[in-house]
Design a protein around this ligand. Structure first.
Ligand SMILES: Nc1ncnc2c1ncn2[C@@H]1O[C@H](COP(=O)(O)OP(=O)(O)OP(=O)(O)O)[C@@H](O)[C@H]1O
Ligand SMILES: [Mg+2]
Length: 329
């Protein structure tokens, strides 16, 4: 087992609580392909469902659907692709059992590759319907990249989990993902046309206004409209990405989560949470081959232990199973 490094509990500052009557929604992104988003999503969902919470996993990767495979679910007759193509209006009809108690799935199989990505209004409709599902938690497994569809799910959810692994390319893409999420979130938080335009300009790293950092942007906004400057700061406070380092092989690599958290603060002014890490484990491949989550087939291996540790932190934000608010202690 890789020993944790000094630096305190990576998620000590995690604190939000769900609305009592709506499903909590958590999207899992990472920017880069193949960093373990699906592996982490499926295993966190399983671990949380095993604690008695009703969980739905949504495969948000319409162009590379494979969440169903990791859960051992054959391609269902209806999927998210039917919702996106307006062939099925009722989201609850897309929800299929997984064979794991309390865990269901909305698959993304059979997508129309000519028009796989839902448009803006479809995304809004989808997200509001997901929230109405009679479950405790909706976990959305996102595809790679920073396309608007991916970012919207990441931003509209209650918590965005950012998965990355200790490789330069993954870290680079994680920062690109954070940058895209940051500017998109800030633009959504602004009210006036002129300030939104300013944020759009800042998204171009070589913009003519010379806005190079989020701090530059805030200065420009405050000069243009102080009220919007206040809104910018408030929006920043509410945006809290949660970080997971996956495929860790050395104790040094664990520290990466703390480094990314520091950069979030120093560069973006964001308070990110380092939720935890998952080590590299030979058993992961076997779990994919056998189409069963690692936390089920090998619950005592290190990676399963670390995944359950992260799951427990997420559970703290859920209240009691069945939607009852957690009793005050
Ligand atoms: N902790 C780990 N230890 C060993 N192998 C891992 C680990 N995490 C992921 N993998 C392997 O990495 C590969 C990619 O994982 P996964 O499909 O979950 O990535 P992804 O980010 O969802 O990819 P995509 O962007 O294509 O959806 C899989 O073959 C998986 O078995
Ligand atoms: Mg995936």
């Amino acid at each position: 087992m890789i020993e944790p490094v000094r630096g305190g509990d990576p998620s000590a500052s995690m604190s939000s609580s769900p609305a009592p009557d709506a499903a909590r929604m958590i999207a899992v992104g990472g920017g880069k392909g193949g960093v373990g988003k699906t592996f982490v999503t499926v295993n966190l969902a399983t671990a949380i469902a095993r604690e008695g919470y009703d969980v739905v996993v949504v495969d948000g990767d319409l162009e590379g659907a494979n969440t169903h495979t990791c859960l051992g679910v054959p391609p269902p007759p209806l999927s998210l692709a039917d919702f996106v193509a307006n062939r099925e209006e009722e989201l609850s009809k897309l929800v299929v059992p997984t064979g794991i108690p309390n865990l269901s799935l909305v698959a993304a199989t059979h997508a129309n590759l000519a028009a796989a990505q839902p448009g803006h209004f479809q995304r809004v409709r989808l997200l509001s319907r997901l929230r109405q599902l009679p479950v405790d938690l909706v976990l959305i497994d996102l595809g790679a990249g920073t396309a608007p569809a991916v970012m919207d799910y990441f931003l509209v959810g209650d918590d965005g989990l950012l998965v990355f692994c200790p490789e330069p390319t993954s870290i680079e893409n994680a920062y690109a993902f954070l940058r895209a999420a940051f500017y998109r979130r800030m633009r959504l938080g602004m009210v006036t046309h002129s300030v939104r335009g300013l944020v759009t300009q800042a998204m171009d790293q070589r913009n003519e206004k010379g806005i190079r950092t989020p701090a530059d942007l805030l200065r420009e906004i405050e000069a243009l409209d102080p009220a919007e400057g206040g809104r910018f700061t408030e929006t920043l406070k509410c945006f809290r990405p949660r970080l997971i380092v996956n495929d860790v092989r050395t104790a040094d690599e664990i520290k990466l989560g703390f480094s990314v958290r520091s950069v979030c603060k120093s560069y973006f002014g964001l308070d990110a949470d380092y939720l935890g890490y998952v080590n590299h484990d030979q058993g992961v491949r076997q779990s994919v081959v056998s189409r069963r989550p690692l936390v089920d087939i090998n619950p005592n291996c290190d990676a399963a232990v670390y995944l359950r540790r992260i799951a427990r932190k997420l559970i703290q934000t859920l209240g009691q199973p069945g939607g009852a608010p957690e009793e005050a202690s």
